[in-house]
Design a protein around this ligand. Structure first.
Ligand SMILES: Cc1cc2nc3c(=O)[nH]c(=O)nc-3n(C[C@H](O)[C@H](O)[C@H](O)COP(=O)(O)O)c2cc1C
Length: 359
């Protein structure tokens, strides 16, 4: 019997071996502070590929230096950063996984202490290597420094930077590109009326708040091959009144489809704190299902989908088209192999080197 989790999925020309994917997860391990991937990234993404994931989306990668969350984030604004990704792409492909990258600009949530490796939290001071952040409006995220509102030239430069990074992702051999428009980072900040209080053509109506993201999508689509999938991660609700909500996300999804996006990776939150987020198993899946219906696009569900049967049910009952499993895969990169066994799917991913262990 075909189990949905292990049914391949095709997006444009890309065939992906299963529907259990790795969502982008910052490693804060560009320890040279130069945005370049290190041996940690090679080991980490290689292990996830070997563990049987269908597609791996490399962590949020800054399209400009000031778009990094922290100084140890990956970047893709120069060719050396591109070249450092090539061995990771080759290793993932050798293990049968598809690999893409999440292109990001952290906006008003940039210039923070990484999650580990320093004693501090919140914004970095200038003498700690911090920098001036930017946003749609000069409204700070609670606890962080105030951003400077981007002017028209600054907005154009953001669009160009996403396009240049997308071109480098293609050159590095990536199979897909994901634009990060979730979690309170720059593109989400523009979408939300709570962080975007502009009075120009980028603020006010949903059409205006959506303008930057659609420009970024058009610019990325223009430089990636026609056969390559383009994904967008959205926060489908901010869990507070007056924010970018499910209804607006549905409309956004329709526009993104018209602009050549192939799958929406549906998360929530991140732009407003505190927010009453009902964290629990599968808590974001209803949002994915709703956006799927409203947009007509395939969607990925993410958020505490930790168990094989839970993931299988989401797919088998049509709640989403793929599932992305984050922290559970950090605990055990071989989770997809265990899931295949639990679902009684023949394990197709045993490398020849390990076959003696499986006789
Ligand atoms: C260590 C870590 C780093 C993360 N970094 C990113 C990121 O770079 N981009 C992003 O969109 N989400 C990021 N997330 C969120 C995950 O992609 C995912 O949406 C979230 O962890 C919920 O899924 P889970 O319950 O399966 O872990 C991160 C999560 C973790 C645990």
């Amino acid at each position: 019997m075909t189990r949905t989790l292990f049914t391949p999925i095709r997006l444009r020309d890309l065939e992906i071996r299963n529907r259990l994917w790795v969502p982008p997860m910052c490693q804060y391990s560009a320890l040279g502070l130069d945005g370049r991937a290190t041996s940690w990234h090679l080991m980490h993404y290689g292990a996830l590929a070997r563990g049987g994931a269908g597609a791996i989306i490399v962590e949020a990668t800054g399209v400009v230096p000031e778009g990094r969350i922290s100084p140890t984030d990956l970047g893709l604004w120069d060719d050396a950063q591109r070249d450092a990704l090539v061995p990771i792409v080759e290793l993932a492909h050798a293990q049968g996984a598809a690999i893409g990258i999440q292109l990001a600009h952290a906006g008003r949530k940039a210039s923070t202490h990484p999650e580990w490796g320093t004693d501090g939290s919140g914004s970095l001071r200038a003498d700690e290597g911090g920098w001036q952040t930017v946003g749609p409006s000069a409204i700070p995220f609670p606890g962080l420094g105030a951003p400077v509102a981007l002017d028209a030239d600054g907005i154009d430069q953001v669009v160009e930077a996403f396009a240049a990074a997308a071109r480098r992702a293609v050159e590095a051999g990536m199979d897909l590109v994901e634009i990060h428009a979730a979690h309170g980072y720059l593109l989400h900040e523009f979408l939300s009326p709570l962080s975007n209080q502009r009075t120009d053509e980028y603020g006010g109506s949903l059409e205006n708040r959506a303008r930057l993201l659609l420009r970024v999508v058009d610019a990325a689509r223009a430089v990636i091959p026609a056969g390559m999938p383009l994904l967008v991660r959205l926060s489908a609700t901010e869990w507070v009144d007056g924010g970018f909500d499910l209804e607006e996300t549905g409309q956004m999804g329709r526009w993104l489809g018209e602009h050549g996006v192939d799958l929406l990776d549906i998360s929530t939150g991140g732009n407003i704190t505190p927010a009453p987020i009902p964290v629990g198993p599968g808590y974001q899946t209803p949002a994915a299902t709703s956006v799927r219906a409203a947009s007509g696009l395939p969607v990925g569900a993410v958020g505490m989908i930790d168990e094989p049967f839970q993931a299988e049910q989401i797919l088998a009952t049509g709640l989403a088209d793929v599932v992305l499993v984050g922290r559970a895969l950090l605990r055990d990169a071989n989770l997809p192999l265990h899931a295949a066994r639990a679902l009684r799917v023949d394990d197709p991913y045993i490398p020849a080197q390990y076959r003696r262990a499986h006789r």
